[in-house]
Design a protein around this ligand. Structure first.
Ligand SMILES: [Zn+2]
Length: 344
């Protein structure tokens, strides 16, 4: 293969992981100057990125892309940019801007005697047009969350502040340093906060590879939550679509593009006899752990069966601007009529 052909293949692979534009991925690879095609983060930076993914990915909502993030942009020495989708449909069936929803999940606040909600220590470093620059207090971390054109971050921040005050809760994000309430929370919940730090490398690595959930999965629904010391992802594939967990797992554990993860345990039911009752779901469970470390950090539950979420998920996702090519793959419509026509 020619050098140009090799570069083009690398660019396409990178886009599968990040969702970047061809031109951006091409420039990033040309300028990388090191053998790591996807730069990863550590420390406070990884914690910030991981926390944002965990709060946005906890389910109960629909948007054009899994977890409401269309893709990321990664450049060495510059903040990572996460591109938000336009709107989200919450379980009550109403649409809200993803930017509004993100602030609702991310901004720290506290109610009397209750654990801090949102991301502990999250602060707004700047607002520049559609870009909200996030940081963790007393750190150099930085993550840009980019809203769709016309996103009114100031208005949404103001709304959130007023909502919390009305509910007798205390917004915490305007204090430049950690508040006493946040410090108390950290001391009162050492296990929860410790787990968040321990698995930050996983969350940050997944945020930087967020497009895999769109490009490399057969699931129409992706939800995640952290329980105990584990980050669980539940991916639902509809029964009339072939369940494919191998593509996502192979890319996630790829020695060049993936994370330092290995499959520690697997329970695959793909070759089991057909289910007797269509109402049941089948599940393949994969536990992933750090390549060099003990124990588990990440669990994938690949579920296969009738659509558990959303009566008409395809219509909801179409309305929210989901890509038709993706929908045809993960939620194909009823094409029997058109096939019969084509055959006659
Ligand atoms: Zn399986």
């Amino acid at each position: 293969m020619s050098a140009g052909g090799r570069l083009s293949t690398l660019v396409r692979t990178r886009i599968t992981y990040t969702g970047e534009s061809y031109q951006f991925a091409l420039e990033a690879l040309k300028n990388a100057g090191n053998p790591t095609p996807l730069p990863d983060s550590t420390g406070d930076q990884a914690l910030l990125e991981s926390q944002v993914l965990s709060k946005l990915g906890d389910g109960g909502s629909w948007s054009a892309h899994p977890v409401g993030i269309a893709g990321v942009r990664l450049s060495p020495g510059r903040p990572t940019v996460a591109y938000l989708d336009s709107h989200v449909e919450l379980s009550q069936g109403e649409d809200y801007p993803v930017a509004w929803h993100a602030l609702d999940r991310l901004l720290p606040y506290t109610e009397a005697d209750i654990q801090v909600g949102g991301v502990l220590g999250l602060r707004i470093a700047a607002i520049r047009g559609n870009d909200l620059h996030l940081t963790l207090a007393e750190t150099e971390s930085r993550l840009i969350v980019r809203g769709v054109p016309g996103t009114k971050w100031e208005d949404y921040l103001d709304d959130r502040w007023k909502d919390l005050v009305r509910a007798h809760a205390a917004p915490l994000w305007q204090s430049p340093s950690f508040t006493d309430l946040e410090r108390q929370d950290e001391q009162s919940h050492p296990l929860v906060r410790g787990t968040e730090k321990d698995i930050a490398w996983v969350g940050a690595g997944l945020l930087r590879r967020i497009a895999l959930f769109h490009s490399s999965s057969s699931a129409y629904s992706t939800r995640s939550w952290i329980t105990g010391s584990e980050w669980i992802f539940e991916l639902d594939t509809r029964r009339d679509v072939r369940l494919d967990h191998d593509t996502l797992l192979a890319r996630l554990t790829d020695p060049v593009w993936g994370l330092p993860l290995r499959v520690a345990e697997r329970h695959c039911t793909c070759d089991d006899p057909p289910l007797e009752n269509d109402r049941y779901m089948r599940q393949c469970t994969y536990e992933l752990a750090h390549s060099d470390g003990p124990g588990c950090g990440l669990q994938f539950r690949f579920r296969w069966g009738r659509a558990a979420y959303g009566k008409d998920a395809r219509k909801q996702l179409e309305r929210l601007g989901a890509d038709t090519g993706w929908l045809d793959r993960v939620l194909p419509g009823d094409t029997r009529g058109s096939r019969a026509e084509a055959a006659s």
